[in-house]
Each structure stands twice: as structure tokens, then as C-alpha cells.
Design a protein around this ligand. Structure first.
Ligand SMILES: [Zn+2]
Length: 310
């Protein structure tokens, strides 16, 4: 039997577990929903049951390792979810050790956006580069940074929180305590909130896009604001990193033709490095599966990403 690893993507609503081989081919996948009502131990039991099911079919000996992606701030060394807006019930919970005890196999716990960035680097839009930033637009805005092929963790494992870069000094208040964070001006949630504020009613970000395509001035203004907010954050990143590639993913991605114009205009105005280079800002390729693939890659990339840090 071919060697495989198991990736787990634990979201606020969906739990996905997949067995993936060394070349990035998905062998088997189990999709269910996240049930937070019975506390952290029950969440661990649900994940363990899905992993056990895959392990029983594909063989314990061929299992290379397990990677788990969760939304939130991770304390890497302790394997603890330090804080999470979508999984508040898991805050402070030693997820890694609880799962390891249950399975008797080492587990790597990682932030979901970091895992997604690694997925894009492995088999997605970033496969030809060694340095990239992935920005994911969802309920919030997540970010993952890959430098020299490795996830940038920072000293605790909390690096890459690009969603909390200030893009409007006195902008909308954010749950993190700051005002004007990128995620308050460029997430799917922010697009809907901005649309509501300027009188488009109770609409989703998809509906704002439909209106923008039809030429609605207010909907276009929402995407202009959103694109420029992204552009401000991207310019800061381009100036800081001089990476060849910055990827955008998430629900609002279909609106790329509308928001990328003001976004690129803003980056261009604010970054000499961007104007003087062939820096690429592009759409990610793996969509909502990036985190799942990235999580499965973590055991393969263990030496590179984790050993030198501890
Ligand atoms: Zn914030």
C-alpha cells in the first residue's frame, strides 16, 4: 500500500478529514459537520473517529503522519489553540496532545491559513515558487506566509495574521481590539456590512457582486473600497518581503475582475518594489481544499517546518 498522510480541516461549521499520498493525490475523504455543543473532548472524538476510519481502510503502517488545521491563533510548541473567533469553545484547549493520546500517533497542529498557504505551495498556485503569502477572505481574513519553502511561524506560532493589519487608521472596530483591520474592510462579512451601510440592504457578498456586475454604482463602490483596503495591505507586504507571489483566496474570489483593478492600482501607487519588479498578485487555485491538502502535507514537511524551531 502506498504511503499516505491524513489531513484534518476543522472549521467552525465543517469537519473534513482526508488521506492524501506523497504526490498530493486525494485517496479518501470524509466530510461532516463540526459539533461544538458537547465541548472540546467530543470534537476530538469526532476527529479521531474519522481518522480511525481512514486508517482502518488504508493501513496503519502506511500512515506517515497527521496534520490538523484549525482557525485561530496557535501556540505551536504547546499544541494549544490560544484564541479563535470561530471555535471559541476550544480556546486554551490542548488539542494536539488530546488527539495524540486518543490515536497513539504524533499529530501536528497548525493554523488553517498557514496550512492553506502550504497547500498552495505544495500543489497549487505556488508550486513554482519558494516564497509566497496567501490571503484568505472569509468571515475574517486569514494569512499564511511561506519563506524559503517554510511556514513563517514567528516565535510562538502566531505569525501571518495579515487580517489584522491596519488599513484604515480609525476604521471599523475589530474583535482583536484594533480599528480598521484588513478583515473589517475586505472580508466577505465586511463586503456585506459595507453594502448594508450604504443602503443596499441585507445582502450577501455574492449578491453585492451580482449588483456590481450589473453596474450598480454603490456595489462597485463597495468593491472599490474592499480592493483598495487589500491593496494597502499588499503594498506593505510587497515592500516588506519582496516575495514573487501573493495569492488571494476565499468566497469573494469570483469578484476578482471587479476588486482587483482598484487593488492593483493601490499596490502600484504605494509600492516602488511592485512597480520595479515582476511581482505577481494572483488567484489561489485550491479553493476551500487548500487547508486540507496543506494539513496533510505537514507530516511530509515536518523536518523543514517544525524541527529547527523547537
Ligand atoms: Zn483586528
Amino acid at each position: 500500500m502506498a504511503e499516505y498522510s491524513i489531513g484534518v480541516d476543522l472549521g467552525g461549521t465543517n469537519l473534513r478529514v482526508a488521506a492524501i499520498d506523497r504526490d498530493g493525490r486525494m485517496m479518501q475523504k470524509i466530510a461532516s459537520s463540526t459539533d461544538l455543543t458537547n465541548g472540546p473532548e467530543a470534537v476530538v472524538a469526532d476527529m479521531a473517529a474519522a481518522i480511525e476510519a481512514l486508517r482502518a481502510t488504508l493501513g496503519t503502517h502506511s500512515l506517515h503522519g497527521i496534520g490538523v488545521a484549525v482557525p485561530g491563533f496557535i501556540r505551536l510548541k504547546e499544541g494549544v489553540i490560544a484564541g479563535s473567533n470561530n471555535l471559541a469553545v476550544l480556546e486554551g484547549f490542548p488539542m494536539r496532545d488530546a488527539l495524540q493520546r486518543k490515536l497513539g500517533t504524533p499529530v501536528i497542529l497548525e493554523n488553517d491559513a498557514n496550512a492553506a498557504a502550504m497547500g498552495e505551495k505544495w500543489i497549487g498556485a505556488g508550486r513554482d515558487v519558494n516564497d509566497l503569502v496567501l490571503i484568505t477572505l472569509g468571515t475574517g481574513v486569514g494569512g499564511g506566509i511561506i519563506a524559503d519553502g517554510k511556514i513563517v511561524h514567528g516565535y510562538l506560532g502566531m505569525a501571518g495574521e495579515v487580517g489584522h493589519i491596519t488599513v484604515v487608521p480609525n476604521g471599523n472596530p475589530c474583535g482583536c481590539g484594533n480599528r480598521g483591520c484588513l478583515e473589517k474592510h475586505a472580508s466577505a462579512t465586511a463586503i456585506a456590512a459595507l453594502a448594508f451601510l450604504i443602503g443596499l440592504g441585507d445582502v450577501t457578498s455574492e449578491q453585492v457582486y451580482t449588483l456590481a456586475k450589473a453596474g450598480d454604482e454603490r456595489a462597485l463602490a463597495v468593491f472599490d473600497h474592499m480592493g483598495r483596503a487589500l491593496g494597502i495591505a499588499l503594498a506593505a507586504m510587497v515592500n516588506t518581503f519582496n516575495f514573487p507571489l501573493y495569492l488571494i483566496s476565499g468566497g469573494p474570489l469570483p469578484a476578482w475582475d471587479v476588486f482587483s483593478i482598484p487593488m492593483l492600482d493601490e499596490v502600484s501607487k504605494r509600492s516602488f518594489t511592485f512597480r520595479a519588479s515582476k511581482t505577481v498578485i494572483a488567484r489561489a487555485e485550491l479553493g476551500s481544499e487548500a487547508g486540507l491538502f496543506g494539513a496533510a502535507y505537514l507530516p511530509w514537511g515536518y523536518e523543514t517546518n517544525y524541527v529547527a524551531r523547537s
